[in-house]
Structures are given as C-alpha cells and as structure tokens.
Design a protein around this ligand. Structure first.
Ligand code: NAD
Ligand code: UFG
Length: 337
C-alpha cells in the first residue's frame, strides 16, 4: 500500500516506516524537519534495504499536500507530524494549535480533494488528563490539562465530527501511552533537542555521563514507592500497532479509537533500577518537587487493541532498556554523532 507518513522522520514515524517497508508497503514521508534530521533516511535504508520516499514540506500547506497525495497515488495516511512538548505548549500555545490542529485540518482538506479516505492519527494518553482510576479505558472522559493535550483532543473531536459527516471514511485514533526504546540495530532512536524532558532519555544521558544526575519529580505520590507510574511501551511495538490499525481499519468505515500500551505500569524508581541493572552503572539521582501537571498513575486497558486489532505489545521492559542503552552508546549525540 502507498502510505503517506506525515512526520515520518521523527521518533515514532521513523520506526513505523521501517515496519511498513519490512511488510512490503511503500511509505512516502512528508516532514518539515523541524524536529528531525535527514540522516534518518540513510539509517532506514541501511536497516530495510529500501529508501522511503521523502518530500520536504509542512502539513499546514494544503496545496503542497494535495500535490503529494496525487503525485504519489497515496492510498492511506498515517499522521504523526506535530509538536509534542507539554511544557513548551504552556508558553507557546499558538505553535501547538497551529501545528497540531491547523495541520490536521489542512491534511483532511487535502485528503478530501485527493479522494484519500483512510487515516490513522497519533493521539496521546494525555487526552485523559488525571483519570479517576486505572487502567484507563478508551471510554474514559477526555479532560486534558495542558495546551498540547487540548490540541490533540480538539483534533480527535474534529476527526469524529468529520467522519460522522463523511461516513465512507475510516479514521483511527491511536492513544499512545509512553513510547521508549529504539530499533534493535541501534541505528534509529529518539534524538531529543537539548535537555530531554522525558524520563528515559534523561536517564540514558545521565548513565552515559552527559548529565550529572536525574531529578525525580516527587516521591510522595500514592504509589507503592511514592514515584509516578506510567505504561512504557517499546517504540517498535507501537510501530506495529500502526500497521495493525492500517490493515484492520482501511476497509472498515467509521471512527475507531484504541489505546496503545502494554497494560502494565512501572514507577520512576523501577525504571531507574532496571537501567542500572542493564548498564551495570550507578545512576545518581535526587528527589525534586513534583512537576506541575504530572499525575500519579497512568496505564492502559488494552483489551480493544488485542481484540479488534489483534495487536499486543510483546517487548519487555528489559528489552526497552537494552535498546535505549544500545542507541545511546552507539549515538552519544543522537544523529549528530
Ligand atoms: P517527533 O518530534 O520525533 O516527530 C514528529 C515529526 O513531525 C518530526 O520529524 C518533525 O520534524 C515533524 N513535524 C512537526 N511539525 C510539522 C509540520 N507542521 N509539518 C511537517 N512536519 C512536521 O515526535 P514523535 O515522538 O515521533 O511523535 C509523533 C506523534 O506522536 C506526535 O504527533 C506526538 O504528539 C504523538 N505522541 C508522541 C508521544 C511521545 O511520547 N513521543 C506520546 C503520545 C503521542
Ligand atoms: N520524570 C522524572 N524526572 C524527569 C522526567 C520525568 O521524575 O526528568 C517522571 C515524571 O514525573 C513521570 C515519569 O517520569 O512520573 C514519566 O515522565 P515523562 O516526561 O517521561 O512522560 P509523561 O508521562 O509525563 O508524558 C509522556 C509524553 C506526553 C504524552 C504522555 C502520554 O511526554 O507527550 O507521555 O502518556 F502525552
């Protein structure tokens, strides 16, 4: 299948392109490289023996998108392009509503013009805000607590309204929990700009000696060891979830919503210990105040993804840590190494 992958040069998109190529699909990437590097294409080619199509451009540009969709005879779209930092979204809300909401709106307009009616959209567990209980089911209330989360929930709402009015379309909303890890070749992984805001890249950089110490944001949560619990899922499992969504939903008109996680939670201290065990290194840390907007516990109910997509995350926490560490050691400065 010819699949347009917006944001395909980024962390989750690049791993998804690898899995698409391995499965015999033809991905065409559209990316403005605002948070990724051209070298990703060489790395994908090295891993798969094939080079995905790549067109430099912005998803807010409707005319450009129509041209790409038509020229490449695209049959389906996976939409990753967007911005994703919760903290930054508080200070730069326009950037978030523009790239995430306007970008998605323009993409749908372009798809409509080009008569492409199948979409898989990157949403996030952040749309659930602070849930009343765990595990989180897809039917839980949508109550995001920051501009990033609201931009995602607005796109979800828009896509549902649009599909309601265009009943032949198939739209799948994938709510990711916490993607970590890297391709097991060590050639493709997460390459944060500057100081990482997420836990696992931060730990990897401390373990490698690039940063002095990990700050743990609170040890007084209502959890067994007092630190926050999240559902960490291997990025390659997540990539496979997109293939499952593509295959299962392309011929099934409707709006489909799935959590993608493992269904298990791990605390910050558990992740730290797992990293120490694998790297055989002592990772210095100190307890800091809670981070504003953080919640105590978040993990997924993944029954729908199992049942309907026949998708299940298979990689263990040990594998996620091993692959993160391998990527860090092979690429001390990310793609600039
Ligand atoms: P990423 O930043 O690594 O990848 C996003 C890609 O989109 C980058 O290559 C960037 O250059 C590109 N891009 C950004 N704005 C664009 C625009 N206007 N036009 C064209 N390209 C643009 O992020 P990621 O971690 O791979 O996340 C992919 C998607 O998944 C995002 O939509 C993100 O919100 C969502 N998501 C990520 C996480 C996570 O923890 N990584 C969790 C839940 C949801
Ligand atoms: N944490 C620390 N120190 C750090 C970074 C994080 O203690 O330096 C803690 C956090 O307090 C939290 C846990 O590690 O308890 C995980 O934090 P992350 O920043 O790695 O992940 P979040 O769960 O906060 O958010 C991530 C993405 C969001 C996405 C969400 C979906 O950043 O974009 O997962 O669940 F929406």
């Amino acid at each position: 299948m010819r699949v347009l992958v917006t944001g395909g040069m980024g962390y989750i998109g690049s791993h998804t392109c690898i899995q698409l190529l391995n499965a015999g699909h033809d991905p065409i990437i559209v990316d403005n490289l605002s948070n990724s590097k051209p070298l990703v294409l060489d790395r994908i080619q090295k891993i798969t023996g094939r080079r995905p199509g790549f067109v430099l451009g912005d998803v807010c540009d409707k005319r450009f998108l129509i041209n790409v969709l038509q020229e490449h005879k695209v049959e389906s779209v996976i939409h990753f392009a967007g911005v994703k930092s919760v903290g930054e979204s508080n200070s730069l809300p326009i950037k978030y509503y523009e790239n995430n909401f306007i970008g998605s709106l323009r993409l749908i307009e372009a798809m409509q013009s080009a008569n492409v009616t199948s979409l898989v959209f990157s949403s996030s567990a952040t749309v659930y805000g602070d849930p009343a209980s765990v595990p989180i089911k897809e039917s839980f209330p949508i109550q995001p607590t920051n501009p990033y989360g609201r931009s995602k929930s607005m796109v979800e709402q828009f896509l549902q309204d649009f599909q309601h009015a265009n009943s032949d379309w198939s739209i799948t909303l994938l709510r990711y929990f916490n993607p970590i890890g890297a391709h097991d070749s060590g050639l493709v992984g997460e390459d944060p700009n500057g100081e990482p805001s997420n836990l696992v890249p931060y730990i990897a950089q401390v373990a490698f000696g690039k940063r002095y110490s990990l700050g743990i944001f609170g040890n007084d949560y209502d959890t067994p060891d007092g630190t926050g619990i999240r559902d960490y899922v291997h990025v390659v499992d997540l990539a496979d979830g997109h293939l499952a969504a593509l295959n299962k939903t392309i011929n099934t008109p409707g709006t489909h919503v799935f959590n993608l996680g493992t269904g298990r939670g791990h605390s910050v201290l558990e992740i730290l210990r797992a990293f120490e065990e694998h790297s055989k290194l002592k990772i210095p840390y100190s307890i800091k105040p809670r981070r504003q907007g953080d919640i105590a516990k978040c993990w997924a109910n993944v029954a729908d993804a199992h049942k309907i997509l026949q998708w299940k995350a298979t990689r263990s926490l040990a594998t996620m840590i091993k692959d993160t560490w391998n990527w860090q050691v092979m690429n001390p400065n990310g793609y600039d190494s």
